[in-house]
Every structure is written in C-alpha cells, then in structure tokens.
Design a protein around this ligand. Structure first.
Ligand code: CA
Length: 314
C-alpha cells in the first residue's frame, strides 16, 4: 500500500507549512508529514517552501525596505525573531491572487512561521500522545544556494534530525532533495544512514543541478540506487495520455525504477488541480496507486487519499 505524505501538511485546507496544517494532516492519519527547510540570517532552520517570504507572509508590509534588488524578500536576510513576527497566510501569486482560490482565505487566521525543531517536537509529542508512529519527510532546500550564502544547510539539517532521534534507516523518516550532488554528499561523504529520496524536477524550472541522466537509462537508475532508497518524480513523468482513447498509460519509468530497487514517491496529488487525462481525483489516485503501483504519494489532501486507498477497487 502506498504511504501518504502530507505535502506541506494538509495544505489543501490550511496555509501550507503552518503547525495547524501539520496537526490536521497528523489527525488525518498521513504516514509522513513533509517539511521544507531553509535557513535564516542567524542560521536558524525554519519550515518554509521557498527561500523567499513574500508569497506566504506579510513581510512586504512589515519590512518594506528589506527586499533585494530583484524585489524578493529572502528568508536568509531576516533573523528568526523577525520572521516569527510575520503573519503566514495562504499562498498568493506575484500579483497577490490566491494560487488555489477554493482554499483557506488569503487573509485570515493567526498563523506563524515555526522552526524545524518546533515541528519535530510537534510530531514526537503527538506520537507519544497517540501511540502512532507518524514519520517526517524533510527536504533540504537549495543547498547550493545556501552554500553561496555562506551556510552549510545540510550539516545543520542532519544535526537537528540526529538531536531529535532520527539516526538510522529504521527510523520513520525519508530525507529528500532535488540536488543530486548534495544527495550523494549526504550519503557518501556525510555518511547519513537515513532513507534518502532523489527528487526529480518538473522540468527545467527547478534548480540547474537536478540530474536528469538517471531517468534516461536503466544504468542511471541502478547507479542512483547506490545512493538513495527512493525517487520523487513529478507525477506527469510517470504517465502519458493515450491520444486515441484519452486514457492514461504508464511511461514505464515507475516500473524501471522498481526494477532498479528504488521506491517511487511522486508529487503532487491535488483534488483541486487535476492533471491532464483525469476528470476525477479518485481516478487519479487509483490509477497511480493500483495501475502504476507507486509506493507513496505526496498530497495536499491526505484525508481523501487515505479514504480512496482504503476502499476496495470499484
Ligand atoms: Ca518539498
């Protein structure tokens, strides 16, 4: 059965990466809660999807003079104390419109940015209180960019995990990253024993250091399996729409990855943003879970996926 990874928490219902969204995902019985981890000016690790603050907080109103010349407000330019004073809200576009209009209203609620440690404590506290063993699924965000900013994000990230008891491959955790060189460093240089996931970018908009050669050849996938336990592809890389019937068919990538010994955890399953070839969320989830046979699914809607995976095939 595919594991359910709550993508930025139950982000279909509450602003992404807030503790509220994480608690809700936990209560929805997600198997793993996702964290994206970036560093502040004072080298604190916080849970935010971007190296920028401007799409999910009121930073531009609170600190109007602190943008870089590109107009963006960088997490790295603020101390944790300052970031903690910001209000987090539903993600908006460059022009201030909600990215997903049917979700939580863009203004409203009392949400804050929290640290990676805050979230690891939330999960361990909930695990103690409920007796469940919900896992974490943290991502090292833009490690090469952080290095250029003078900070080794990866080492601090791994240290934080170790402090919170995540040390071996039996622990309920997957560590994910897009940067293939950094993933190799984590495994072979830093000797990290945790389960690792090589994320595969949607296309070329992701970081330039994403390594696509792995997808092209079976040898590449076998090589990758020397370093990681799983791949995290964009779900569109796993299927194509058959032109005549309009039916989705596997591209074979998931099968090839399985043959190489890799787990396959595609992203992102959204009930309010269906990819081509699917008219209902249940068709999408069932196709990936049962026809392709993926091992895990990143979703903004952990409750819906959980219900669909539990139902007998109809
Ligand atoms: Ca992520």
């Amino acid at each position: 059965m595919a594991v359910i990874i709550a993508h930025r928490g139950a982000s279909g219902y509450l602003p992404e990466h807030t503790l509220a969204a994480k608690a809700m995902a936990y209560a929805m019985n997600a198997d793993f809660l996702e964290q994206d981890v970036v560093a502040t000016r004072d080298d604190q690790l916080v849970v935010l999807h971007d190296i920028f603050l401007d799409r999910v907080t009121d930073v531009a109103e609170r600190f109007p003079r602190r943008a870089r010349t590109d107009g963006r407000y960088y997490v790295r330019d603020f101390d944790l104390d300052e970031i903690r004073r910001l209000t987090v809200s539903e993600r908006v576009t460059e022009t201030g419109l909600p990215v997903y209009p049917g979700r939580f209203p863009p203004r409203g609620g009392h949400f804050r940015v929290h640290t990676f440690a805050d979230e690891l404590q939330l999960v361990s506290g909930l695990n103690q209180a409920t007796g469940k063993q919900t896992g974490v699924y943290p991502e090292i965000k833009r490690p090469a960019w952080h290095r250029r900013e003078g900070f080794d994000l990866t080492s601090a990230f791994l240290q934080e995990l170790s402090t919170h008891g995540y040390q071996t491959r039996e622990d309920p955790i997957f560590v994910q990253c897009f940067d293939a060189a950094e993933v190799r460093r984590v495994r072979h240089e830093l000797a990290c024993g945790l389960r690792l996931v090589q994320l595969i970018g949607e296309n070329d908009w992701q970081e330039a250091d994403t390594d696509y050669k792995y997808l092209r050849s079976d040898r590449g996938l076998t090589e990758l399996a020397d370093t990681v336990d799983a791949v995290g592809p964009w779900l569109n890389q796993l299927y194509a729409v058959e032109p005549r019937s309009g039916a989705p068919v596997s591209t074979g990538l998931a099968e090839r990855a399985h043959d190489a010994g890799l787990l396959v955890h595609p992203y992102t399953f959204r009930a309010d943003d269906l990819p081509a070839g699917f008219r209902r969320f249940e068709d999408l989830v069932r196709f990936f879970a049962f026809d392709i046979g993926v091992d895990g699914m990143f979703t903004d809607f952990p409750d819906l996926v959980s219900r669909l995976l539990a139902e007998p095939r109809g």
